[in-house]
Design a protein around this ligand. Structure first.
Ligand SMILES: [Cu+2]
Length: 148
């Protein structure tokens, strides 16, 4: 009998609890983002224009209206480089964002994409910046040490 009254209580609470969970982030309650990042040298040797395409990981629809900043750190030297996060601006093309990165040396950089606003997420992409060449670094290909 006691068990049954507990179950009844849960049934009564469900309509109250469920909407509360979704109201925390109304439109994007369970959305995860996927990002495609391409950068190319622009201006100085350590200046790069980066294009970030954000899509909904489930539906592959472009994610528009997201507040996006890009932080950067060197995985081989955590905490050594302190770059101010770059603010990305959405392009006319929905879900496409542009930011200018000014690094302080060439090498492998972990870019932290911080998504906020209607959707909160964080995506890390490791890219190798070597002059005009920028490419994605797959897991296990990172360089061990570098000098300053
Ligand atoms: Cu470094």
């Amino acid at each position: 009998m006691k068990y049954q009254s507990k179950a009844t209580a849960v049934r009564w609470l469900m309509p109250v609890l469920l909407p509360a969970v979704f109201l925390a982030h109304p439109a994007f309650a369970q959305v995860r983002a996927k990002a495609d990042v391409t950068c190319r040298q622009a201006g100085g040797p350590l200046e790069y224009d980066c294009i970030v395409k954000l899509i909904n990981a489930r539906s592959s629809e472009p994610l528009s209206g997201v507040s996006l900043t890009i932080g950067a750190d060197m995985p081989s030297m955590p905490g050594v480089h302190h770059l101010r996060p770059a603010v990305a601006i959405e392009d006319q093309e929905r879900g496409t964002y542009r930011a200018k990165l000014v690094l302080d040396m060439h090498g492998d950089w972990a870019l932290q994409l911080n998504l906020s606003g209607p959707l909160r997420d964080r995506i890390v992409k490791v890219l190798r910046f070597e002059g005009g060449e920028v490419g994605e670094v797959k897991a296990g290909q990172g360089r061990k040490a570098h000098g300053h």
